[in-house]
Design a protein around this ligand. Sequence first.
Ligand code: ATP
Length: 226
Amino acid sequence: FTEIPDVKWGDVGGLEEVKRALKESIEWPLEYPGLFEHMKTRPPKGILLYGPPGTGKTLLAKAVASESEVNFISVKGPALLSKWVGESEKGIREVFRKARQASPCIVFFDEIDSIAPHRGVSTDSHATERVISQFLTEMDGLEELKGVMVLAATNRRDIIDPALLRAGRFDLQFELPVPDEKARLEIFKVHTRGKPLAEDVDLSALAATTEGMVGSDIEALCRTAS
Ligand code: ATP
């Protein structure tokens, strides 16, 4: 449930822009709350990472947590869902309660689309509605909860309930694209680091010929080759 991940910024290849934005919006408020006070502004409450599978959403969340040295609560969306009436909402309340206790803290909801799909999409829409309202209540209550930040990831942003996406909840949203050639080279470097590469291994050539591959594909390629 809680973990201290051991992922550094250097373990994430490419995605420079997103990394910079995450540092500013997560590390700064936790490290320099006084500055935000001084500027009479508030840090974002929630940040959503979206993009195709294997592009590094979970990896980035772990890097943020480990680099900012705050507590990290990681929740897999589907694990919160329960078939028992009221249990899913209770789960969400519990997560936020723990986060408040552990402040400064990052709560990471992986696969958020499973707990907050567009109301009406799901067949058991009443359960979904209750879960979403509970989630909204908790997020709206974050005002007083200085030092708790919600990070979420999904590869189905299109099915997330719009109420969750409006400003004031997930204030910042970043798309993690399928990596381009430059980013693929960086990812190759991450996954061959420390490995005894033969002289004729040309990472740039590999990056050039792997169009369409995402980070997890490249990782698998390097592992298989090893
Ligand atoms: P999903 O949507 O399926 O949960 P995800 O976007 O969360 O996917 P991750 O779990 O972060 O994907 O990535 C899977 C693995 O792929 C990582 O553990 C890592 O080894 C590798 N990987 C993905 N993106 C990158 C990247 N930008 N740099 C280095 N490795 C990466």
